[in-house]
Design a protein around this ligand. Structure first.
Ligand code: NAI
Ligand code: MG
Length: 360
């Protein structure tokens, strides 16, 4: 396994938030080699492409990519293939990143940020594992055609294909079971097996793979019920695994439970635990360069990187506990500030996390 990390800050606040994550990693004195490259709009400006060959090659060589964010309104008029956002799609595709891991964590100190009652969400800590490269988003055939049967025969119709190959379900199942092993050993698979053939197949494979993980308790839930349970009793869930379509919706719903977009990390992995780690938020051009962006989502993404790509569980927890500690100390960037707490800038937040790390 390589110890190389490709550091791709990107646009907007990317540079300033990734810098804090890099400082935190450096403070841990791990055996990692960090190499920086351009991506997104800034790469387009310099190389004429949002994902230049040199950047892609670095990412392929690396065990992990630490990504900031890409995008700015000034690139909105470019043809699609040159838009900054294409860089993420290109990295996902080239690295085969099929598993998207999105934790939704609500620190007790930030419970007021949620639209739900504090007692329902305070201390929430769940992980959604979303399959990212299959399902109805990519299934073929798809398009618009003349209906050949049914009540609307002869009319134009739009259609897509929901499909999952056995390999696709098995590999996401393994990622999810292994993530559950690192947590509460509870995995809930979300599907619509009462209606969809694809979902019944998904469920059968989940049950089969579960035999390899006797220490993990597998349960199943229909997607409509899962959407309800997420707002009724989200703390009853720990790790949730689901397909691309259901996962898209559930992971955004779960993110909103926390109310703090500046706090949410994410990971996208392949079967060799090579991964791309980035905050769930975008490049926030409205606040770029002002030292007010919240770096915690990116710092927490670096913690996920240590956990999933480098198997440094202790160092990952060290970072996560340091983040909890600075919140306990009352330090807040502007986006999570409330009366009675202390407002700090991006760099000061990075300083505080570094100071809160335990030396081992
Ligand atoms: P955004 O997430 O960048 O910003 C939404 C709002 O949240 C803004 O008011 C922003 O100031 C605030 N915000 C976001 N991150 C923050 C942080 N760390 N600290 C404090 N406040 C924060 O989403 P928006 O405005 O829709 O998109 C801006 C650009 O980002 C667009 O070009 C979009 O395409 C791109 N984008 C990129 C993503 C990526 O790189 N993965 C994901 C989402 C959007
Ligand atoms: Mg979405």
């Amino acid at each position: 396994m390589s110890n190389l990390v490709a550091v791709l800050p990107g646009d907007g606040i990317g540079e300033e938030i990734v810098e804090q994550a890099v400082r935190v990693l450096a403070a841990l004195k791990l055996d990692l080699q960090l190499e920086k490259a351009d991506v997104g709009g800034r790469a387009y400006d310099q190389f004429g492409h949002p994902l230049p060959e040199s950047t892609l090659n670095l990412a392929k060589k690396a065990q992990a990519v630490l990504f900031g964010a890409v995008g700015d309104w000034k690139y909105d008029t470019l043809p699609r293939e040159f838009r900054p956002e294409q860089a993420i799609l290109g990295l996902r595709k080239n690295l085969g990143l099929f598993a998207n891991l999105r934790p939704a964590v609500l620190y007790p100190q930030l419970a007021n940020a949620s639209t739900l009652k504090p007692e329902v969400v305070s201390g929430l800590n769940l992980l959604i594992v979303r399959e990212l490269t299959g399902d109805i988003y990519f299934g073929t055939p798809r398009g618009v055609r003349t209906a050949e049967d049914g009540a609307f025969k002869g009319e134009r119709e739009g259609f897509d294909t929901m499909r999952y190959a056995e390999t696709e379900v098995r590999r996401i199942a393994h990622i999810a079971f292994q993530a559950a092993q690192k947590r509460q050993k509870k995995l809930c698979s979300v599907d619509k097996a009462n209606v969809l053939e694809t979902s019944q197949f998904w469920r059968d494979i989940m049950i089969d793979v579960s035999k390899e993980y006797p220490d993990v308790a597998l349960s199943h839930m229909y997607i409509d019920n899962a959407a309800m349970q997420l707002v009724r009793a989200p703390k009853e869930l720990d790790v949730v695994v689901t397909g691309n379509l259901f996962g898209d919706i559930l992971s955004d719903e779960a993110a909103m439970l926390t109310g703090s977009i500046g706090m949410l990390p994410s990971a996208s992995l392949n079967a060799s635990n090579q991964g791309l780690y980035e905050p769930s938020h975008g490049s926030a051009p409205d606040i770029a360069g002002k030292n007010i962006a919240n770096p915690l989502a990116t710092i927490l993404s670096a913690a996920m990187m240590l956990r999933y790509s480098f198997n440094h569980e202790a160092a990952a927890q060290n970072i996560e506990q340091a983040v909890a500690k600075v919140l306990e100390q009352g330090l807040r960037t502007a986006d999570i500030y409330e009366e009675g707490t202390t407002k700090v800038g991006t760099v000061e937040m990075g300083d505080a996390v570094i100071a809160a790390l335990t030396s081992s």
